[in-house]
Design a binder for this molecule. Sequence first.
Ligand code: ADP
Ligand code: ASP
Ligand code: MG
Length: 404
Amino acid sequence: MARIVQKYGGTSVGDVDRIKNVAARIKAFRAAGNEVVVVVSARSGVTNELIARAKSIHPNPPEREMDQLLSIGEQETIALTAMALEAIGVDAVSYTGAQAGIFTDKVHTKAKIKTIDAKPLEKDLSAGKVIIVAGFQGINEEGHITTLGRGGSDLTAIALAAAIKADKCEIYTDVDGVYTADPRVVQDARKLNEISYDEMLELASLGSKVMQTRSVEFASKYNVVFEVRSSFNNNPGTIVKQEVAYMEKVVVRGVAVDKDQAKVVVSNIADKPGTAAKVFRALAEANINVDMIVQNVGRDGVANLTFTVPQTEIGKVERTLAPVLKDIGGSVTLDDQIAKLSVVGVGMRTHSGVASTLFSALAGAGINLELISTSEIKISVVIAKSKADEAARVAHKAFELEKL
Ligand code: ADP
Ligand code: ASP
Ligand code: MG
């Protein structure tokens, strides 16, 4: 007997038949004597629809109200999944995030989990019930509903697995596992048998939406080994775990594309100590994640700062920088027709020539590089959005990932 946390994503619970399919799978795990805690997402498309509806009423909806609204998507699927289980004779009970004791900080729309009080859940588990927990949501100390950022049901599952010391954590989705690139874009992408936390973290934060970034960070911190697999078949998935020595033999393990970024250029600001600090302090205070910062060499006392931000934050960036620019001078231009392409692999630490292979391959395809950034295990470039998919295929081929 094992204690298993399973998470079923939006496509897996996308309609009534799929919810019934998930219930049948859960029944088999329970019948084998396991303790099962299930996390479900909203039906696919529901969260997006709710966001669109909110925006049609208010261009910039209050974030607390957004969380009230978005949390209902998961509330529907927990109840339906519990009903589907009861309908086939499995004792089940649904929990909202708050009922599952998931306490977060106060940052609405991207709250961090602070603690989990698993006592109520443990009680129902020992009574033999299957517990269905709403993904993506928690409650803050003032009793307000919070959400954990897009894709946050992954985080709910991994945090619960850590809190109840689960033997297994399984993330069920609509693909067989983590691939060398998004299989919808790169047809000959290969499924990986395993991948290190660091590589998964980079791929996720660089645009591979198969796992939410924060959830991988959490898994790495608390050493929660998890498996990404399909809810539509029984194929073995991809194990995500701590790095082991042989993993460095592979130079590039995956290619990621992020089309949800925008480029911000702050031009003609005073070239003196403290200006960059003012810009980035303001952005940090507004909780805006900034990436790929480049400052050009100042000339005639003025300089330009270029960086990328999530596209969803563009409005916030403009509002946040307006008062700062009054102080330091300069102007802002925004470009959302960009994409970030990245190659990731722990083997880059011990192999050279990765950048030149990537740049030559992209140049060969006539793809222009607007920004470049590197870290120990990744290289990222900003390119035109219209070239993003082609660039992914070119990079995949350049590193022969179809042969992995
Ligand atoms: P869920 O709703 O189950 O959370 P997501 O849509 O969030 O599912 O994530 C699964 C999707 O991630 C896949 O359908 C696939 O298109 C996409 N994806 C992007 N990059 C990768 C990758 N490297 N490996 C596997 N899937 C990827
Ligand atoms: N429903 C939320 C979203 O679409 C959370 C999730 O699916 O994990 O982002
Ligand atoms: Mg997801």
